[in-house]
Design a protein around this ligand. Structure first.
Ligand SMILES: Nc1ncnc2c1ncn2[C@@H]1O[C@H](COP(=O)(O)OP(=O)(O)O)[C@@H](O)[C@H]1O
Ligand SMILES: [Mg+2]
Length: 241
């Protein structure tokens, strides 16, 4: 049986001159895992290492049994990442082409990929989106497109990097519902903590280290208390400097 989930073994990662992860070992096996932590804590780096986009300087990463370094061609069906900024992700000028690319990248023929992409939009009541120029979509709509481009590939694990950041409230509610009901594994970084409270596991990253690891409600409360404590100690002076 192949090993489920994503496993980092003694991962060291240098970013610029600094070592961000120093022998980090982590097994990500729960259905829903949250990542919290200040800017620069290492959330995006962890997600990029977990999907094989960033190769560690030492150590190994396995994704549902596939070695992220040596078996890269197996990764697209196993793990997909939603970048913080949708514009880092989108390649094609129209919605249907972007969606179809997810399928041709996995070996589907072009005509069949386009047919399936159109059908996928239709099933979601979005027929009108097919030929729309990606540039005519709002930031939130472009992010929705990125999420659909991931979903249509059918990876077992979705890595979502601050997915709520540019979404209006209805879109946030839709995404929360999707995360709650999908049968894919979801690993999600966020500064919006409410959706993470019900997660079975949340990791608090601090300077590339795991500061806390436990049920969402506990870890989010500890992180929030720390943030408030720091804000209080810093006082107005730092706020205004
Ligand atoms: N391309 C890069 N080159 C050098 N350092 C980077 C790069 N990307 C991120 N870093 C550094 O790595 C650390 C972690 O960043 P990141 O993973 O983006 O954190 P987060 O997503 O939690 O804000 C930060 O100190 C950041 O400055
Ligand atoms: Mg980030």
């Amino acid at each position: 049986m192949t090993e489920q989930g994503i496993h980092l073994q003694s991962v060291t990662l240098r970013r610029g001159a600094a070592t961000l992860f120093d022998g980090l070992s982590l097994s990500l096996t729960e259905p829903r895992i949250g990542l919290v932590g200040d800017n620069g804590a290492g959330k995006s780096s962890l997600l990029r290492v977990a999907c094989g986009l960033l190769a560690p300087d030492s150590g190994s990463v396995t994704v549902h049994g596939a070695d992220a370094g040596k078996e890269r061609t197996r990764l697209p069906g196993l793990v997909g990442i939603l970048f913080q900024n949708p514009d880092d992700q989108i390649i094609f000028p129209t919605v249907v082409e972007e969606l179809a690319f997810s399928l041709t990248a996995q070996g589907e023929g072009r005509r069949e990929a386009r047919r399936r992409a159109s059908a996928y939009l239709g099933e979601r009541g979005l027929d009108g989106w097919a030929d729309r120029a990606v540039g005519s979509l709002s930031q939130g709509q472009r992010q929705r497109l990125c999420l659909m481009a991931l979903d249509i590939m059918g990876p077992r694990t979705l890595l979502l990097d601050e997915p709520f950041a540019s979404l209006d409230l209805p879109a946030q509610a839709r995404l929360v519902r999707h995360v709650r009901t999908t049968d894919r594994q979801v690993v999600l970084s966020s500064h919006v903590l409410e959706p993470l409270l019900e997660f079975e596991r949340v990791l608090w990253l601090d300077g590339g280290r795991i500061r806390a690891d436990g049920p969402g409600r506990e870890v989010c409360a500890a992180y929030r208390a720390d943030v408030e404590d720091r804000a209080e100690r810093a006082g107005d002076a730092q706020l205004l400097s």
